[in-house]
Design a protein around this ligand. Structure first.
Ligand code: PTJ
Length: 247
């Protein structure tokens, strides 16, 4: 790893950039992933690089959904694998969820590299290589999922998803938890639970909420889910962006 002094005002941002760069070098992140990260950073800057209250509430609702789920799956792409592999494994363990690699720009090499990378970071089983299921309505490569993974999931966490697939997954009647720094992106707009936060903060935050809610009753979890309003959360995030981080 490179040396960035922790006192540097842009420490987190520089570290994140370095992780994405290293991801590209390792063959796990696509070059388009660099562009996606740049786009995300711009929104994060406007949010004050913090978890705003509405995003924290969304993460709590996401945690409640994960605990209520029969078969929750966390989808991982090249950016997520580079930015927070360990934290993703921790969330999967806490929520008893499957991890599935699912790529926008799918190649066998990158699929395998990401599976290996997640295993190096503590994952047991990583799905995605079987690819015997399909998401209806989108083109072949991007539609590939595991039938016993995302294919049969009732709750899916899809961080940094592209709009088309987010929409198609939504049409499959799955609860879709989207992590995306852009509240105006189509993925965030179609999500059951949009979390407008940086993935590096949102994933550990979801894990914390899962742990807090571990002993909650079904009724309590259902109440949290029922009280959450996706449109309100998106409006609050947009408001925060317009006012430099305050909702
Ligand atoms: O690894 P692959 O092949 O699956 O490709 C992944 C990318 C991210 C390249 C692909 O899904 C893509 O092109 O995504 P988009 O359409 O650029 O959308 C990425 C969205 O994620 C944008 O709305 C960004 O604002 C947002 N984003 C980028 N970095 C982060 C983020 N949101 C949260 N945390 C981030 N670190």
């Amino acid at each position: 790893d490179i040396e960035i002094p922790e006192s540097h005002p842009r420490y987190q941002s520089l570290l994140t950039r370095h992780r994405i760069e290293a991801g590209v070098e390792k063959g796990i992140t696509s070059r388009q992933g660099l562009i996606a990260q740049g786009r995300g950073e711009a929104f994060d800057y406007l949010l004050g690089e913090q978890t705003i209250p509405s995003a924290d509430e969304a993460a709590r609702a996401a945690a409640a959904h994960l605990l209520l789920a029969e078969h929750p799956v966390i989808s991982v792409n090249g950016n997520v694998a580079a930015l927070c592999p360990e934290e993703t494994v921790e969330l999967a363990n806490a929520a008893d969820a499957d991890i599935e690699v699912n790529l926008f720009n799918r190649t066998d090499e990158r699929m395998q590299a990401i599976v290996d990378h997640l295993r190096e970071h503590g994952a047991d089983e990583v799905k995605g290589l079987t690819a015997d299921g399909r998401i209806p309505g989108i083109n072949h490569e991007r539609a590939k999922v595991d039938a016993d993974g995302i294919g049969s999931a009732d709750v899916v966490v899809v961080p940094l998803e592209d709009g088309d697939r987010a929409e198609a997954l939504g049409e499959m009647e799955k609860v879709e938890i989207v992590v995306d720094l852009n509240p105006m992106s189509r993925s965030a707009q179609v999500a059951s639970v949009p979390i407008v936060d940086n993935i590096i903060r949102a994933v550990p935050n979801m894990t914390e909420h899962v742990r807090e809610l571990q002993d909650a009753t079904r009724e309590e979890l259902e109440a949290i889910v029922g009280d959450f309003d996706a449109d309100e959360a998106l409006d609050a995030a947009e408001q925060a962006i317009r006012s430099g981080g305050d909702e």
